[in-house]
Design a binder for this molecule. Structure first.
Ligand code: PLP
Length: 435
């Protein structure tokens, strides 16, 4: 028994140490600030709070009510919107809620092609399909790595979908919200903008707010470029949509809504109000610097004629190097964590060995890296791609990564938080750390 406990603890310790010694370029991940992270460990993780704040089905929720209202208000303030729904426990749950509210069985939805970056939740294989909504692919312009606006507008007029989904998982160039929204509104339908990847860039105003450009509702994860706890959020200025969504998220998609993440969400929203613009600006600068250096080193980067990227993402094409499958493993062996990705011109069945690798710089930016550090990362990647022993590159990666250990653009754990943290452990485990 004790051996098993040691093993479990050891697995967690190894994971934590390993991932803090790697250059993490997974575009959908991030880390919380020390304060947000410390507040994640709290007793709300054991509780239920079904319903809305102050109108719950159970007793015992008065502080959950307080924090949920606070987190909601801070998210509204940060995004300058009238309504925020923070109960979805993930971006997928947020999408399911909104798709159900706007569509439902037998309705049609237009989405960008999967190879061009749509998330699985937008497809027949994900929650959209599970809800019985028909997935129809929007025309895409492979040259400009974006939706083909003219053809898309024609399709919107012909198909008359209940809603159109914009935003995606591979997303170096923002979709044309304004143009699509005009056509969608003309047929009386709605635009859903899935900001899972770019919520932090929108918060920091590196990208314009899609709700100001005509999107009717925005869904997102709260843990990608938005550096909060894993969770979801729905934002809108339309009361009718908010009312529907709030009646659907519970009881359809969540029962408990993981309330213990809400203090961390509230702290992250505060941090983004204070440091968000600086952070988002640096993320985009870093992405550009990484792309430019990779390109200069002879690695094919998508969208050269478009300036490579306008977000946190850099997409490289390794089809001339045998595809991504082997290379991402070698990069991992060199402690550079990435993922293989379909490119817009890949056939869907290329998923096992697609042409692309997706890189995101948001987490390394949070650890304080700047443009010059991106050049170093590009050189590490180049060495691995050129066939150098990953083990050799790893040594240099680990030494380089050691310089960047403190999270920027967020609050440190102050005395008060540290005391609270110790009190929690004392309370819940009977170990007196306070003394
Ligand atoms: C990651 C992602 C999601 C799903 O988010 P989860 O929080 O992982 O459920 C939804 N949409 C897009 C575009 C994504 O990239």
């Amino acid at each position: 028994m004790n051996e098993m406990v040691s093993k479990i603890i050891d697995i967690v310790r190894k994971h934590d140490e390993w991932r803090h010694s790697t250059i993490n370029l997974i575009a959908s991940e991030n880390i919380m600030s020390p304060l947000a992270e410390s507040l994640y460990l709290n007793d709300m993780m054991h509780r239920y709070a079904e319903g809305k704040p102050y109108k719950r089905y159970y007793q015992g929720t008065k502080y959950i009510d307080e924090i949920e209202v606070l987190a909601t208000e801070l998210m509204k303030k940060l995004f300058n919107v009238d309504y925020a729904e923070v109960r979805p426990i993930s971006g997928t749950t947020a999408n399911g809620t909104v798709f159900y509210a706007l569509g439902g069985c037998g309705k049609k939805a237009l989405i960008p092609p999967v190879q061009a970056g749509s998330h699985v939740s937008h497809t027949k294989f994900g929650i959209l399909g599970a809800l019985g909504i028909e997935q129809i692919e929007m025309p895409y312009d492979k040259e400009n790595l974006n939706i083909d606006i003219d053809k898309a507008i024609k399709m919107i007029e012909e198909v008359k979908p209940a809603f159109v989904v914009l935003g995606g998982s591979m997303y170096p160039f923002p979709h044309p919200v304004k143009e699509i929204a005009e056509a969608v509104h003309a047929i009386g339908s709605k635009v859903v903008y899935d900001a899972a990847h770019v919520l932090g860039l929108i918060a920091g105003k590196a990208l314009s707010n899609p709700l100001d450009e005509g999107a009717d509702v925005m869904t997102a994860s709260t843990h990608k470029t938005f550096p909060g706890p894993q969770g979801g959020v729905i934002l809108t200025n339309e009361k009718e949509i908010y009312k529907k969504v709030s009646r659907i998220v519970f009881p359809v998609f969540v029962s408990n809504h993981h309330a213990h993440r809400l203090p961390s969400l509230a702290v992250t929203a505060l941090e983004m109000i204070e440091f968000g613009e600086e952070y988002a600006r640096q993320v985009v600068r870093n992405a550009k610097a990484l792309a430019e250096e990779l390109n200069a080193l002879g690695i094919k980067v998508l969208g050269e004629h478009l300036g490579f990227t306008r977000t946190h993402q850099v997409i490289i094409d390794v089809s001339d190097r045998g595809g991504a499958a082997e290379l991402v493993k070698k990069l991992e062996d060199a402690y550079i964590i990435t993922n293989k990705n379909l490119l817009p011109w890949d056939p869907p069945d290329a998923i096992a060995n697609p042409s692309g690798i997706r890189l995101g710089v948001q987490e390394m930016t949070r650890f304080g890296m700047k443009e010059d550090d991106m050049k170093e990362i590009a050189k590490f990647i180049k060495r691995v791609l050129d066939g150098e022993e990953p083990e050799k590159v790893k040594k240099d990666v680990v030494a380089f990564r050691k310089q960047f250990q403190e999270v920027q653009y967020g609050y440190k754990m102050n005395e008060e938080a540290l005391t609270r943290f110790k009190e929690y452990i004392t309370l819940s485990m009977g170990i007196d750390l306070v003394k």
